[in-house]
Design a protein around this ligand. Structure first.
Ligand code: C2R
Length: 176
């Protein structure tokens, strides 16, 4: 999946089974109108195709890579080994609740960094926000959009109502 403009962000994932998580990254990039590409590619299963894709993306002007993988998750580390662009790793939930994915992604030995976000959908969304924040260093309008996104979320939170009403300070009582 890719959109028509040259991708500024490339999202790779180790398996199609990761898409339900990684689509949150794509959705967020779409919300900010960031041209991006999404591909299933694996460091273990398709190493040559991964190398080719990374080269193609870099040559096309891609500025940030996002890599989502589960279990023995080498994908983000391998992407980082092949590019000096920022690489953001998303640990995918697994049979071990994603702890294996998290540790394999976050514990890069010194020298080749992977910026690792939270396990699962929160991490996928945040990977896109972080990528947009990086792109915004040379595109101030994107930082403005991030501020607007945060303001919007803050307004929604402040408008939330719980099914309880505060009492005169003694605690919370159920709403009538
Ligand atoms: P399947 O569902 O296809 O069996 O994949 C994928 O990211 C997925 O979460 C199970 C899990 O294997 C992961 N996978 C990796 C890599 N390639 C696939 N961790 C890799 O290169 O790191």
């Amino acid at each position: 999946m890719s959109n028509v403009d040259a991708p500024l962000v490339a999202v790779v994932m180790g398996s199609k089974s990761d898409w339900d998580t990684m689509r949150r990254a794509s959705d967020t990039l779409n919300e900010f109108e960031i041209p991006h590409a999404c591909r299933v590619l694996s460091a273990h299963r398709t190493p040559e195709a991964l190398t080719e894709f990374l080269k193609e993306m870099e040559e096309g002007g891609c500025e940030v890579f996002i890599a989502g993988a589960g279990a023995a998750a080498h994908l983000a580390g391998v992407v980082a080994s092949k590019s000096v662009k920022p690489v953001i790793g998303v640990p995918i939930e697994s049979k071990l609740q994603g702890l294996d994915s998290l540790l394999s992604t976050v514990q890069m030995p010194g020298g080749i960094p992977v910026a690792t976000v939270a396990i699962g959908t929160a991490g996928a969304t945040n990977s896109a926000l972080l990528a947009i924040s990086i792109l915004g260093n040379s595109r101030p309008e994107l930082h403005d959009k991030i501020r607007a996104y945060r303001d919007d979320r803050a307004k929604k939170i402040l408008a939330e109502e719980l099914p309880y009403k505060g009492s005169s300070g003694a605690g919370l009582v159920p709403k009538k």
